[in-house]
Design a protein around this ligand. Structure first.
Ligand code: FUB
Length: 321
């Protein structure tokens, strides 16, 4: 079942959802009309703050807890607060956010609060060695946290190889392996990486890495990791083909094998999501532009997520009739 949008009061997108203190906490991007012309780099996504929402239950109203972080409070800020995620460890909540610095390069920052809804206080510098966009935090059963990140085109991932900025900044050729999302273990204090980020490789049915020209399956942006019955599921957006897809693996680093489409294209250019288990059921949170009709003014909703007996996931389609 696809549910209605959480709120019509604010445009909220890129929902990262976690269960904290027995409630659903939603960490979305806060879209607004910035008046910036649309381009392929996503300049029209000119967001400048975050609001955190919570829901007591899937049928409850989503409560807006107000502003959790403002770009004006981040001293290294340039522009564009894109998709964030949150994590909890040892009595503290951590909000991870991508933001262009003063030289227009995306970096990933972290802000801290003692409450899930914030307000969050940003660290004075971005995470050392961070780049690109769309951080997702995954907690392994032993308490270790991993960050998944990256996004091509406006997300700038094509400017890097082996974690180093490169001159050309171009995508690989269509017959070469696609650029990968990155995975990195977080340091115990949650404030820095504990290692150099690694490629998260997605293989096809023949065990070969997906190719850059495979636009219907290759990674574009919007990483999410979850675990179900001992298997690891990496899900992501294919960007210019507007799908949410997923791949399965046996550990947080992969490799992962492509399995299929989670969500068929929704209204709007971007598609971005999270997957959460709540009270024994699984849900896919995502956004579309059914309310606004404009690509940069998105609204969040969710749907039931169903696994087949073999662990694969049924594709969800929104019926816009
Ligand atoms: O919200 C801005 C960007 O749009 C996100 O970072 C991408 O994943 C896409 O949803």
């Amino acid at each position: 079942m696809v549910r209605d949008h959480l709120t019509k009061d604010l445009y909220i997108a890129d929902p990262a959802v976690h269960v904290f203190n027995g409630k659903l906490y939603i960490y979305p991007s806060h879209d607004y009309e910035a008046g910036v012309p649309e381009d392929d780099l996503g300049s029209h996504f000119a967001m400048k703050d975050y609001h955190v929402f919570s829901m007591d239950d899937v049928d409850s109203k989503a409560v807006d807890h107000g502003k959790a972080l403002d770009v004006d409070d981040i001293n290294w800020a340039g522009r564009q607060l894109w998709d964030s995620d949150a994590a909890y460890k040892d009595g503290q909540y951590y909000l991870y956010f991508p933001l262009k610095d003063k030289t227009d390069i995306f970096r990933i920052g972290v802000a801290i609060s003692d409450r899930p809804e914030g307000p969050y206080k940003p660290q004075p510098f971005p995470i050392d060695g961070s780049y690109s966009i769309d951080p997702c935090l995954f907690k392994e059963d032993d308490g270790t946290h991993y960050m998944y990140f990256g996004g091509i085109w406006g997300g700038q991932l094509q400017r890097y190889r082996n974690n180093k900025a490169i001159e050309c900044g171009a995508l690989p050729a269509d017959n070469e392996p696609a650029l990968c999302a990155k995975v990195v273990k977080m340091r115990d204090d949650m404030l820095e990486f504990d290692e150099a980020p690694k490629d998260l490789v997605i293989l096809d049915e023949n065990g070969q890495p997906l190719l850059n020209g495979d636009n219907n399956r290759r990674f574009f942006e919007a990483s999410w990791m979850h675990k179900h019955q001992g298997k690891y599921y990496f899900s992501y957006s294919t960007g210019d083909t507007h799908k949410l897809c997923y791949a399965m693996g046996d550990n947080p680093y992969g490799p992962f094998t492509y399995k299929g489409v989670l969500l068929n294209p929704v209204l709007g250019w971007t598609t971005h999501h999270s997957i959460v288990e709540f009270k024994g059921k699984w849900y896919l949170f995502f956004h579309d532009v059914e309310i606004s009709g404009q690509t940069h003014l998105r609204s969040t909703r969710f749907a039931d997520l169903n696994y087949r007996a073999d662990g694969t996931i049924e594709t969800i389609t929104v019926d816009y009739k």
